[in-house]
Design a binder for this molecule. Structure first.
Ligand SMILES: Cc1ncc(COP(=O)(O)O)c(C=O)c1O
Length: 382
């Protein structure tokens, strides 16, 4: 509030104000890079990075990502070419990337899904060998490291999201970070309509500016990064304990030798072992007022316009297809504590211990009325 009052007194609300400048300085330091160009959100940051790198034709990316990664390309009429993932890491499989390259390919976007670095070195090697631009969607990966180095300094540039649902937020916000001086300068102009000076426009630009109030929130969030990590880590451990030994439930691991933000509580459901499908479990949790979400369901290649453009994409994405059927993400962050996690784990344990009863209740609620809160597992909960 002090920052917001300050901003109002100063009457400098946007257009590269002092909070945005300070925010950029601190983010660049944090990510260990020379430049941070703060933007209004991660999607526009991706769009500007893609345009500033002059990508055209086709760009390779995973289908197992948030739709914004693909849309940022298609928005500029660049074709997103969806590549399969490695089921062990949930990140793009470099051996598949190689197979997707055509004469029209100009770049690769690696995604550090769940804050775990994708195979940076293998992608760098391909990009170098095939003369392609490489950038990273690091929307999940603020305050994470790869081989001991902060995520932010890999590839030509990396893109963060500071959306309210992210580990660290500025209400809405995003940034491109880079060590490339001329790329940073170009993106800085592009985020302000392409203006260089008052009356001189030299690029196609857009309005990608971060506001002062968002930067104020970002600066305030930055002060609590260690606390956020600590809370998420404690919650992650509580989920580890709570979900331990439940058949068919695997909690995705984090590499404890790296810095990580523990933001995503990612659970894979093996329906054979669990006796329930992932979708049934999500239904149960939703009925109990738990915000469990399928990720990145159904996969970008099954969303429009890509589903119509590439109706057979699923044939080249078998691992993505499988993972999209298995993954759910459970609540985390500072508004979740150990009692809630213990209850969520108990709901999952109970549901899986009585799959037939749960399925019967779901069938009734499907045909009768929508599932009401508490209506699925309450009778079977201890
Ligand atoms: C992987 C990924 N990329 C891009 C984005 C887009 O970021 P924003 O919501 O800030 O536009 C998000 C999140 O929303 C994301 O999860």
């Amino acid at each position: 509030m002090a920052r917001i009052n300050d901003m109002l007194d100063r009457n400098w609300l946007t257009n590269d104000g002092p909070y945005v400048q300070e925010f950029e300085k601190q983010i660049a330091e944090f990510a260990g890079v020379r430049h941070c160009v703060a933007m209004c959100n991660g999607t526009v940051a991706l769009e500007i990075a893609i345009r500033a790198l002059s990508l055209t034709g086709e760009v390779i990316l995973p289908s197992f990502t948030f739709i914004a990664t693909a849309h940022a390309l298609q928005w500029q009429e660049i074709t997103p070419v969806f590549c399969d993932i490695d089921p062990r890491t949930h990140a793009m499989d470099p051996t598949q990337v190689e197979k997707m390259i055509t004469p029209r390919t100009t770049g690769i976007i690696g995604v550090h899904t769940w804050g775990r670095a994708c195979d940076v070195e293998a992608l760098e090697a391909i990009a170098r060998r095939r003369n392609l631009h490489l950038l990273f969607d690091a929307a999940h990966a603020f305050a994470c490291s790869h081989k001991g180095k902060p995520i932010g300094g890999f590839g030509r540039c990396e893109v963060f999201s500071f959306h309210a649902t992210k580990f660290f937020n500025s209400f809405e916000g995003g940034a491109v970070v880079t060590n490339d001086d001329s790329l940073a300068e170009k993106m800085r102009l592009m985020r302000n309509f392409g203006f260089r000076g008052n009356d001189n426009v030299i690029y196609i630009g857009t309005n990608g500016k971060m506001t002062e109030v968002c930067a104020a929130m970002g600066l305030t969030s930055l002060e609590s990064v260690d606390e956020f990590v600590e809370t998420n880590r404690r919650n992650y451990r509580a989920y580890q304990q709570g979900l331990d030994g439940i058949p068919g439930i695997t909690l995705t691991a984090y590499d404890e030798t790296e810095r990580t933000n523990y933001h995503y509580i990612v659970v894979e459901v093996d329906e054979q072992e669990a006796g329930l499908r992932r979708d049934e479990l999500v239904q149960v949790l939703t009925a109990e007022n738990v915000l469990a979400r399928r990720y990145f369901f159904p996969g970008c290649h099954r969303m429009e316009p890509y589903r119509s453009y590439f109706p057979h994409a699923a044939l080249t994405l078998p691992e993505t297809e499988t993972l999209c059927r298995r993954v759910m993400v459970l609540p985390n962050g500072t508004s979740v504590g150990e009692p809630a996690i213990s209850l969520i784990s108990q709901i999952i344990r109970t549901a899986i211990s009585e799959p037939e009863a749960v399925r019967a209740r779901l069938a009734v609620s499907d045909t009768a009325s929508p599932v009401k809160s508490g209506s699925v597992t309450r009778s079977t909960m201890a």
